[in-house]
Design a protein around this ligand. Sequence first.
Ligand SMILES: [Mn+2]
Length: 288
Amino acid sequence: MKPRDPFLTADFIGADIESGSGKREPVRFRTIWISDVHLGTTGCQAQRLLEFLRRTESETLYLVGDIIDGWQLKRRWYWEQSHNDVVQTVLKKAKKGTEVIFVPGNHDEAVRQFIDLDFGGIRVRDELVHTTAQGKRMLVLHGDRFDGVIACAKWLAYVGDSLYTMILKWNQWLNSWRARAGLPYWSLSQYLKLKVKNAVSYISSFEQALAEEAQRRGLDGVICGHIHKPEIRSIDGILYCNDGDWVESLSALVEEHSGELRLVSWQEIVAPSAAAKQKMEEACVSPS
Ligand SMILES: [Mn+2]
């Protein structure tokens, strides 16, 4: 009997992993962007991120802020083994030659004092310009400076933060029930955000502000995180990309070796057959 591959975990529903059949080839990209991991919070889906990181490889890995949630950790210490494993995995990637760049966000603003320093093979930068294989110049930053709420009233952001944490707890409870019932993952707060009109205008004004900033600097586009809404679309000729988060959408932005930018989900990378099944079910529900 072959030894069990320690890199493969099958503790999620719908995984198509052939147990004991050896390590699968990693999925390779030129660049990967992840953000809003919120390590140190109960909402952080560290295990799923770990699966994603172990399954993928890239020349460059950007950590686009809110990787460690200092705001939450200050209030209550919460740190699981899987949170350590994420940190270890990233450090190991850096050691093995992946260029790792950390662009701090507002939840890990403590790291902002280390801007322009390098440690453990990780470069810390406030923002930078990434040039794709197609020569497109993209501004990379977390994005909180363009968030009206955070810029104007930090206390309001804190209140929103606790409320958000609460909603996430309900969401996790709901999804563990859904998983037992054999239903696919469903994001409550994503649903609420999409339904609440204010949230919609909040999101669109954030997206607009970032696209305008890239345009002002004469760049082709912008890559950010912060609002936990994965997106890739053109705004007035500027390519706006948001890599999403690892609390609910479980998404990353990737650059193929051709220079093409696209969003990928945890499901697509780690559990592709489950992802295909869900897509088919969705297509059956809403034929369009
Ligand atoms: Mn943020």
